[in-house]
Ligand binder design. Structure first.
Ligand code: ADP
Ligand code: MG
Ligand code: MG
Length: 322
């Protein structure tokens, strides 16, 4: 399994998909591969970002309640996956969340607590069942005013696409991080596993709760510290409970999903955050090859069996519940 220590390494930090992207690629042509990866993310962003005026997502949103739009295979795939997770979570995961995202404005300079009436109005537009998808790539948002936002799933897709591209190009070892969506290709070049720090949700960025030792997996974390504002001592973050219209508050402050594909990890980290510990455990245990680390606001940690011996808790303020 050893690749050899003389392996060439290329590192790059950049900004894409609205977040910090960090890439480490080993082997011949490491630099070219990184350039290709960045291009690939740019293409995904052009298609799927709600912040790009001419994206396919914005085309769909503009035609809501009016007509269907043909989208690329890539966008179709991501939307189809999103709907699968909506069904699996009975609507806890729902990409038609956009009206709420816009209303609260979290992470923008317009962030505020909306009125009850505004929240009710936004909620009326939210329901994944009003997305009609056809295998020929036509998608129709059935209700006028409804909009989708792929913020909870597109970064995971991007991380998968980079990994596939690198594998195709013969790369044996790489570390991909798209704003907290980590995707590992193989092991480190000396054959040892990667050590991934899991963010401590109660401390500054870069301060870890513990270390996960693993290889060739995706590790995705959703947390209430990523984007938020505070008012009267209360934190309002960017993951919404579409049933209440408020930031999800079911007792979890961070959810980490370890899986083979990052698109699943991204969707599931957001979904489990909304569901709360009990339902989150049930959901993750029903999914083959998926593991999780859940952190509650009273500083308890739950780790599923598949990662138990791979996760080392380093912050002693937290305690295992299992
Ligand atoms: P991050 O963007 O920090 O990686 P997530 O992957 O959890 O975090 O995605 C959060 C984003 O997903 C929000 O900014 C919003 O665009 C969208 N979102 C919020 N709540 C939901 C939800 N219940 N279902 C689907 N998408 C959501
Ligand atoms: Mg997500
Ligand atoms: Mg994410």
């Amino acid at each position: 399994k050893k690749i050899g220590k003389t392996e060439k390494e290329s590192n790059k930090q950049t900004y894409a998909m609205g977040t910090v992207v960090s890439l480490k690629v080993y082997g011949e042509k490491a630099e070219e591969n990184i350039e290709e990866a960045i291009k690939l993310l740019g293409n995904i962003e052009e298609k799927m970002s709600v912040n790009k005026e001419n994206s396919e997502v914005n085309r769909l949103n503009s035609s809501a309640g009016n007509k269907s739009e043909k989208v690329s295979k890539e966008t179709y795939y991501v939307i189809k996956k999103a709907i699968e997770y909506s069904k699996l979570s009975e609507g806890a995961f729902d990409i038609t969340v956009e009206p709420l995202v816009k209303l609260w404005g979290i992470g923008t300079d317009k962030a505020r607590i909306p009125s009850k009436e505004e929240i009710e109005k936004a909620k009326e537009l939210i329901n994944y069942k009003n997305i009609e998808i056809n295998e020929d790539g036509q998608i129709y948002l059935k209700k006028s005013g409804m909009k989708i936002d792929l913020g909870a799933i597109a970064k995971g897709y991007g991380a998968d696409e980079i990994k596939s591209m690198l594998i195709k190009n013969g790369v044996k070892s790489a570390f991909i991080n798209i704003g907290g969506n980590v995707n590992l290709l193989g092991s480190k070049t000396d054959g040892s596993p990667w050590k991934i720090g899991v963010q401590n949700p109660l401390k500054d960025k870069g301060e870890y709760l513990g270390i996960l030792t693993t290889e060739d997996k995706s590790i995705v974390t959703s947390g209430n510290y990523e984007r938020y504002f505070e008012k009267d001592g209360k934190r309002y973050h960017h993951i919404f409970d579409v049933k209440t219209g408020y930031p999800a508050d079911k007792g979890l402050i961070s959810t980490t999903i370890v899986s083979d594909k990052s698109i699943d990890g991204d969707a599931l980290s957001t979904t489990t955050y909304v569901l709360g510990l009990e339902k989150a455990i049930k959901l993750v245990e029903s999914q083959k090859g998926v593991d999780a680390i859940f952190v509650t606001k009273d500083k308890k940690i739950y780790v599923t069996s598949g990662v138990k011996d791979k996760f080392k808790l380093t912050d002693k303020e937290f305690q295992y519940v299992n």
